[in-house]
Design a protein around this ligand. Structure first.
Ligand SMILES: [Zn+2]
Length: 232
């Protein structure tokens, strides 16, 4: 991947910035400097120079499991809540209906070239897994659950304009969706990884704020809204 977590700070660092970091600490070889970390599994990563200047990247130099290597094995995928509370399910679904344009806008903002049909696919998956029924779920954070429910493929993007496949991850400590709200608020970084086939490319930490609820959303047509409500 082209970026990784800084060795000490909670921010992403590019390959080039990491080389400068190693030089500033007087290391002759970058792989001897304190290592950058994988933003998902937090393990140390090595650096490798690229063929071209901009190709330098971070990589795992072991065969241990990291979800970024195998996105289908993200532990929380396909997990329905164990003890859904029916009143909470109704309230969370109602929240989604009432804020459908805001939620759509937030998902669209963090997923370049989102096609409306991808959003429909997300709502169908949310219904199938009953994601509205997780213990302690704070509905304001639903967009950040929704984006983990499907993989965003170039072929299904708006006018097929997306160049890379996107998958969303929580930090490796998160094993179930319930664990996201143990101490109120959102307890994990949400990370978007872009893939070129199976090779990890870009990494982005997604801000899990709830400001989107007070921003002016993209307008959905009455027919689009009806389609959403029908599949929910
Ligand atoms: Zn990793």
């Amino acid at each position: 991947m082209f970026d990784a977590l800084h060795p000490i700070k909670p921010d992403l660092i590019s390959h080039e910035e990491y080389l400068k970091f190693a030089v500033a600490l007087n290391y002759t070889k970058p792989n001897d400097a304190p290592p950058a970390r994988c933003p998902v599994c937090m393990r140390q990563m090595k650096v490798r120079a690229g063929k071209k200047k901009a190709d330098g990247h971070f990589y795992h130099d072991d065969s241990l499991f990291c979800p970024t290597k195998d996105p289908a094995k993200r532990p929380y995928l396909n997990l329905a809540p164990r003890l859904p509370n029916e009143a909470a399910v109704r309230a969370n679904r109602l929240f989604t209906e009432n804020n459908i344009e805001q939620i759509y806008s937030r998902v669209k903002a963090i997923t370049s070239y989102l096609d409306f049909k991808e959003f429909i696919e997300i709502l169908e998956e949310a219904k199938r897994l009953n994601v509205y029924g997780y213990a302690n779920l704070i509905p304001d954070y639903l967009p950040y659950i929704f984006v983990t429910l499907i993989n965003f493929l170039p072929s299904k993007s708006f006018k097929k304009s997306r160049q890379l496949k996107f998958c969303f991850f929580y930090e490796d400590k998160i094993r179930t969706y319930d664990e996201l709200w143990i101490n109120k608020g959102f307890s994990s970084n949400l990370i978007r990884v872009s893939y070129n086939n199976v090779t990890t490319q870009k990494v982005k930490i997604i801000e899990t704020s709830t400001d989107y609820l007070t921003e002016t959303p993209v307008t959905l047509s009455p027919a689009q809204k009806d389609w959403c409500y029908k599949v929910m």
